[in-house]
Design a protein around this ligand. Structure first.
Ligand code: SF4
Ligand code: SF4
Length: 388
């Protein structure tokens, strides 16, 4: 939506400040305010700044743009703003204001590379890696051209977290799922989050057409960003799609509940779970991953203090990892310290982008954890498929 359509909402935010806290106000839970301790770096302050920009009471500048971009779009503000008539729009407003920054020529340089790489026909991904059409994977895993499901791998799993990708492919095979892959282009999440929306519709239509060519009516994603984009942003963009989208944790949980798979060996480790913001607060998907972990024999599953709606962000989203890489790692370090208190050996998540940032911080700050996605943990145990 265009920023102008939000003007009334922006005006109605009266800057009470709930949006920067946990639900019980025990601490700041907006990573942006926690870092900068200045009101403009919380959503209430940003609403005031955006309103002033719209009314031409202040002007665009690099400084103003950086305030708007210093937010990993974690959604804590949506969760903890008490004004239910508009709290669901708060991150949309930040993204729409970023689109206005782009139009006004103030997109920060590092975030611009996301667009430059993604629209480059050599890449079609924000990492600037040569585009793969996934035909080699289709051959390796003996996948058909027509299938019931498409596994939408996503750029981070395909170009940065290939262990996670391969674990997902093996899991889908061993569970007996009829699936295939497509020649994906970026799902557009990084572009939407950073306001660089010009090519978004074209990319969405391209991906939907490729999915439809397979005859699949269902899509599985292993990335929280792809999942939110395919479930929410495609609809917002009015993309015509008669396709159900599930996150891997949802599919695995369904298969367990239907008795179609069982976990038949143990993993004797202490594990804690990091809720990815883009399937957690953005989609409300909290229980399915937890139910899967709790079905793994031998696991000692321990929760951190801040979970679900109060989860502390990993710091990677919203263009923060590319735009402010040191700060992204500081945010993750805070999460690793929270995990330390549980006594966990493994921090597990259900998003390759969280996995990347948590792993980078784990190495940089020598925290000594093993960081693994849920599917990578499942890759270590015996899974049996049952015909039902
Ligand atoms: S966004 Fe909501 S919680 Fe934050 S200042 Fe505005 S009204 Fe208050
Ligand atoms: S999305 Fe997260 S980081 Fe951004 S303003 Fe809201 S609470 Fe703060």
């Amino acid at each position: 939506m265009d920023l102008d359509e939000f003007k009334e909402i922006i005006h109605r935010c009266f800057r009470c400040g709930y949006c920067k806290f946990t639900h019980n106000y025990s601490d700041f839970n907006c990573p942006s305010f926690d870092k900068y301790k200045f009101e403009s770096f919380s959503t209430g302050g940003r609403m005031w700044l955006i309103y002033a920009l719209m009314n031409k009471e202040t002007e665009w500048s690099e400084r103003v743009a950086n305030i708007l971009y210093s937010c990993p779009t974690c959604g804590n503000c949506m969760e903890n703003c008490r004004f239910e008539k508009f709290n669901t729009f708060l991150v949309d407003i930040i993204e729409a204001a970023r689109a206005r920054a782009v139009e006004s020529g103030f997109c920060p340089e590092r975030q611009k590379t996301l667009l430059e790489r993604t629209i480059n026909p050599k890449y079609y991904n924000p990492y600037g890696e040569p585009n793969t059409n996934n035909e080699d994977l289709k051959q390796k895993y003996n996948l058909p051209n027509q299938a019931e499901w498409v596994y939408f791998i996503g750029c981070t799993s395909n170009y940065r977290q290939q262990d996670l990708r391969d674990a997902t492919l093996k899991l889908l095979k061993s569970a007996g799922i009829s699936f295939t892959l497509i020649d994906e282009h970026c799902c557009t999440s990084p572009l939407i989050r950073t306001g660089q929306i010009e090519p978004v519709e074209e990319f969405m239509n391209y991906n939907i057409e490729r999915i439809q060519e397979t005859g699949a009516k269902k899509v599985i994603t292993s990335c929280a960003g792809c999942c939110r984009t395919l479930k929410v942003d495609f609809k917002k963009q009015d993309i015509k799609m008669d396709i159900e989208v599930l996150h891997t944790s949802e599919l695995i949980n369904h298969l367990l509940k239907e008795g179609k798979i069982t976990f038949d060996s143990e993993i004797n480790k202490i594990i804690t779970y990091h809720d990815p913001c883009h399937i957690g607060r953005h989609l409300g998907l909290y229980d399915a991953p937890r139910e899967v972990y709790n079905n793994i024999p031998g696991i000692d599953f321990r929760e951190m203090e801040r979970i679900k709606g109060d989860s502390w962000c990993c710091g990677a989203g919203g263009g923060v990892k590319i735009g402010y890489p040191d700060w992204a790692l500081e945010i993750s370090k805070e999460r690793l310290e929270q995990a330390k208190k549980t006594g966990a050996q493994i921090i597990s998540s259900t998003c390759p982008f969280c996995r990347t940032n948590l792993s980078d911080a784990n190495i940089k700050f020598a925290m000594g954890f093993e960081i693994l996605d849920l599917v990578e943990i499942l890759d270590k145990i015996q899974i049996t498929a049952h015909k039902k």
